[in-house]
Design a protein around this ligand. Structure first.
Ligand code: ARG
Length: 456
């Protein structure tokens, strides 16, 4: 008979038990379930709700159970549904009636919400550390190649020359916001919900502040119904992970393009690529492709959580048990990305000549010409129009922008002077963009130094 079986005269069928169990996946919460139960028992003992000696026995036995689980010497039973009842029943098996006191003033509804919060608090700290390592690997690659010039793209068309390091640092900024979002989410997770009972709190004189202190939460939840009903904190985490994955997916797309024969800007280490079973010459950037693919999984986890919650009446509904597999899958996927990416970036070799060659097209400096006119007091719109006409003249006459004489240039740009003929060098174009946040050599070195110091 189930632990809640008092009012039942029939057992659930095997299929129903199979359908409703969560132990096969929520067993990974064991450590947090035990941590929570120990704090709860300690409080119950201190408040005189159970004898102090009982509380002590319970805590000791919970430590034994933890030990057994970690040694692989604990049998998880499907009939006991979930991690909470597996642990509680092991406690009762050992301590009898004394163990049966642990669930006073507690429901699995507040217990499971507590366990997830404790678990996510740790997971977020780990994720943030891993994101910092990811950032470091990008900064290291930028620092190794502070002067490599490549074409910057808009609409996947050559736009203006930029430093490769500047491109990498763009991702460092994105990852920084990802880490900040996670840290912010952790603040809302770090609330004690235990003591909410099934829905309405408890008639027993529990001391929630005591449990809050023991478990190192920042505060006690204010509304027992909210505490057991909502999983917004997990949805928020999954949103944060979806944004993080979106960023890594874009980086992956950049790498995939750069590895293609058409770009040929970088080569990834052999250990991060695979070959073709048919075409002997192939070297495919599978890790980057899989990251793009796995991003879809994380979006799926987020969508599943949002959809699961949208129609639930307050408060707890069993639907909420479905939160865990989404949470675990999104976290596992994000951590896999984070494990594989930094070493892959470290293995990346630049093909600087190819990048420089692609950035040397003088058309990439057309904006520099327009800005030079602005310096001569020509209104920007007029300048833009003149340089556009110059680009058309070159196209019509089958010339590169730097192949015209000053006289030819003056046909469309009457203000042009000899200096204008020197504007078509990618390196000096980059060198002039020393505005804060720009791609100038000094500015980018400053940014590299900033990140090296920040991530130390
Ligand atoms: N395994 C359940 C879950 O994950 C625990 C809470 C069960 N509560 C209940 N009233 N049946 O949500």
């Amino acid at each position: 008979m189930a632990m809640w079986g008092g009012r039942f005269s029939e057992n659930t069928s095997k299929d129903v038990a199979d359908y409703s169990e969560s132990i096969s996946f929520d067993k990974r919460l064991y450590k947090y379930d035990i941590q929570g139960s120990k704090a709860h028992a300690t409080m119950l003992g201190g408040a005189g709700i159970i004898p102090e000696a009982t509380a002590k026995m319970i805590c000791e036995e919970l430590d034994n159970i933890l030990d057994r689980i970690e040694k692989g010497d604990f049998e998880f039973k499907m009939e006991l549904e979930d991690i909470h009842m597996n642990i509680e029943s092991a406690l009762i098996a050992k301590l009898g009636d004394e163990g049966a006191r642990v669930h006073s003033a507690r429901s699995r509804n507040d217990q499971v919400a507590l366990d997830i919060r404790l678990y996510l608090r740790d997971e977020i700290a780990l994720l943030i550390d891993m994101i910092r390592e990811f950032q470091k690997s990008l900064v290291a690659k930028a620092a190794e190649n502070p002067e490599a010039i490549m074409p910057g793209f808009t609409h996947l068309q050559h736009a203006q020359p930029v430093l490769f390091a500047h491109h990498l640092l763009a991702y460092v900024e994105m990852l920084d916001r990802d880490a900040e979002r996670l840290a912010d989410c952790a603040k809302r997770i770090n609330v004690l919900v235990l003591g909410s009972g099934a829905i309405a709190g408890s008639t027993l004189p529990i001391q929630r502040e005591k449990v809050c202190e023991l478990l190192n939460f920042s505060r006690v939840s204010r509304n027992s119904m909210d505490a057991v009903a909502d999983r917004d904190f997990a949805i928020e985490l999954l949103s944060d992970l979806a944004i993080f994955a979106m960023h890594t997916s874009r980086l992956s797309e950049d790498l995939i393009l750069w590895c293609s024969q058409e770009f040929d800007f970088v080569e990834l280490g052999d250990a991060f690529c695979t070959g073709s079973s048919l075409m002997p010459q192939k070297k495919n950037p599978d890790v980057a492709e899989l990251t793009r693919g796995k991003t879809a999984r994380i979006y799926g986890d987020l969508m599943a959580m949002l959809t699961m919650c949208k129609g639930l009446p307050l408060t707890y509904n069993r639907d909420l048990q479905e939160d865990k597999e989404q949470i675990f899958d999104a976290l596992d996927t994000a951590k896999k990305i984070l494990r594989v990416y930094p070493p892959m970036l470290a293995s990346m070799e630049l093909k600087k000549e190819n990048m420089a060659k692609a950035a040397s097209d003088p058309a990439l400096m057309a904006t520099d010409v327009a800005e030079e006119l602005v310096k001569l007091c020509v209104p920007f719109r007029t300048a833009h129009h003149r340089v556009g006409a110059f680009v058309k003249y070159c196209k019509d006459n089958n010339k590169q922008l730097n192949e015209c004489t000053l006289e030819e240039m003056q046909i469309t740009i009457p203000e042009a002077n000899a200096n204008f003929l020197t504007l078509f060098d990618a390196k000096s174009s980059v060198g002039k963009r020393e505005v804060t946040g720009g791609t100038g050599f000094n500015e980018v070195k400053k940014q590299i130094a900033f990140w090296q110091k920040t991530l130390e």
